[in-house]
Structure formats: C-alpha cells, structure tokens
Design a protein around this ligand. Structure first.
Ligand code: HEC
Length: 84
C-alpha cells in the first residue's frame, strides 16, 4: 500500500515539473491562435530557435513583457515546439 502511494506521488511530481517548465503551460494559454499566433503559425514563420527568441524579445505586446529577459525559457519553448 505504501509503495503505491509513493509511486503515485512520484508520478504526480514528475508531471507537475514537466508542465511547469513547458510551452503548453506557459505559452499556449495565449498562443492559442486567438490572442496570439499558435504553435503552427509560429513554426511557419520562424525557421530557427534564434529567430523565434529574437521575435519574442522584440514583441511590443505588454503580454510578452514578463518573458523579455527570459531568453532561456524562450529558447526552451522553441525547442519544445520543434525549432532548433
Ligand atoms: C499573456 C499572454 C502571452 C503569454 C503567456 C506568452 N505570449 Fe508570446 N505573445 C503574446 C502576444 C499578445 C504577442 C504578440 C502577437 C502579435 O504580434 O501578433 C506575442 C508574441 C510572441 C512572439 C512573436 C510572434 C511574432 O509573430 O512576431 C513569440 C515568438 C512569442 N510570443 C513566444 C512566446 C513564448 C515562447 C511564450 C512562453 C514562454 C510566450 N510567448 C508566452 C502573448 C503571450
């Protein structure tokens, strides 16, 4: 019984950590094709992770303001949606 609980906790924790770090959690709520371009649109527009990060940091949108100094996060998100 104890083993099951420990295992369940590990699984929950692992999922929570992944979700916290990711594009789906941090970016997709806005980048949904309504508020701002969705994943498919951005993949069409940007060919490299560098382009993507630069565009994100060049954004004039106040909604992107909290990400402007977070190059690492932007880069991670770029990697996650398939840019290199
Ligand atoms: C609070 C809402 C919000 C969140 C959260 C958000 N964005 Fe944005 N983002 C925007 C808006 C609004 C724009 C401007 C869209 C436009 O110009 O059409 C934008 C623009 C961008 C652009 C430039 C798009 C272009 O076509 O020039 C990139 C790249 C981008 N965001 C990446 C990200 C990444 C990566 C994350 C997660 C780390 C993220 N955004 C989180 C709202 C958000």
């Amino acid at each position: 019984m104890k083993k099951v609980i420990v295992l369940a906790l590990i699984v929950v924790f692992a999922f929570a950590t992944v979700a916290m770090a990711g594009y789906d959690d941090k970016c997709a709520k806005c980048h949904n094709g309504k508020t701002s371009p969705d994943k498919a649109k951005m993949l069409e527009k940007f060919k490299t992770a560098d382009d993507f990060v630069k565009a994100a940091q060049a954004s004039k949108s106040p909604m992107m303001k909290s990400f402007l100094d977070k190059g690492d996060e932007l880069k991670a998100a770029a990697g996650e949606i398939g840019l290199k």
